[in-house]
Design a protein around this ligand. Sequence first.
Ligand SMILES: Cc1cc2nc3c(=O)[nH]c(=O)nc-3n(C[C@H](O)[C@H](O)[C@H](O)COP(=O)(O)OP(=O)(O)OC[C@H]3O[C@@H](n4cnc5c(N)ncnc54)[C@H](O)[C@@H]3O)c2cc1C
Length: 381
Amino acid sequence: LDFAWSEEQQALRRSVIQFAQHELASDVIAEDHRGEFSWEGWRQCARFGIQGMPVPEEYGGGGADILTTVCAVEALGYACRNAGLIDSLNSHACGCEIPLTAFGTDAQKRELLPRLAAGEFISALAADGPRSGFGSSNSGVRAERKGGGWVLNGSCAWVSNAPLAHVVVVLAAGGQSEAAPGTTAFLVRKSTKGFTTGAPVSTTGLRTSLIAEVKLEGCELPAESVLGEAGGGTAVLEAALDGQRLCALAGQIGVMQRQLEVSARYATERRQFGQPIGKFPAIASKVAEMDIRLETSRLVLYRAAWLKKQGKRSDREAAIAAAYVGEAAIETARDALQIHGGYGYMTEYQIERELRDAVAGRLYSGSGEPDKRTIARARGL
Ligand SMILES: Cc1cc2nc3c(=O)[nH]c(=O)nc-3n(C[C@H](O)[C@H](O)[C@H](O)COP(=O)(O)OP(=O)(O)OC[C@H]3O[C@@H](n4cnc5c(N)ncnc54)[C@H](O)[C@@H]3O)c2cc1C
């Protein structure tokens, strides 16, 4: 077992941390309060090459594999306190760039990937219920053939980046055959007649990532809009969700490392009853548990990402990572808040926001019970 990062990956990690600490240091407290997307952060990330990272070099990207992308996103989670921005970047890279790279035609890739990689275009994935592996028949959009093309009708309730997106990967029910409709993925441009997005919804956490409804009303699309094969939407969705899950967890692990460091430092500096609070066994134990969760989270995530990189089956390992890390991130944020006492509860310390952000991870990148079903199924149940 060798989970050591290569020299190049370590250098990438260092440069992402340095970049994020210097260039992504906006006032996240105010942005979170206003529910505001950081355009400046998005542009800075594009200049650094974050959006282009998983895109092949021939289409203007960095050509990073999934393990290297996980390494970079973890560094971003550690050094950038704007978790909503990281969620937007993940939705863009995993919701569109990765499935487009895997399933797109050369014409689709040439048209979109260079602009997506440069951050000139923002993208999203509209799949609604299916995102946690609940089953792709949940899509709220229906596709029907019309002439040589397609017409889409329906909506997806919560789509990250929707209010900003130039292009959305829409997963629609239908397209395979009358008897077994299946699902089909489409590339839908914002300018398409009948395509609209709602106003951003107000959320508990990740408030700097804009989420809105996507509506398709009599949306006519040419045959070339299909991403992958008609009826092949599930494979496209799985490619998107696998990447999204690993990257979302990587970002959370970066946050967990920072919270551990900040909390351990606070526990040595803050004094009560004549000694640093870290001398109280209850506080020291919390710090130790934060460390155990961090190391365990890394092992399960890196193993799932490594399997994926080798092209091996990784659904059980990814479900284990999602079920474990999602919960661990919430517990670690709660411990960080508790160690900081009343200060932890104040917006100024930015821990209460990170607790709110962490809760979203249990919803969009795997929600406990369905993950456990996947794990149990792999054991023959
Ligand atoms: C911050 C955020 C961003 C999002 N971004 C996007 C996006 O970009 N694109 C998109 O398409 N969607 C997006 N979503 C929607 C997301 O995909 C769904 O919230 C997710 O799939 C869960 O579906 P649901 O909310 O309908 O919950 P439900 O499926 O209704 O689940 C409700 C509860 O029941 C449990 N449950 C469900 N099924 C089972 C089962 N079989 N066994 C046991 N328990 C079960 C769940 O664990 C959960 O606790 C986003 C959601 C959030 C919160």
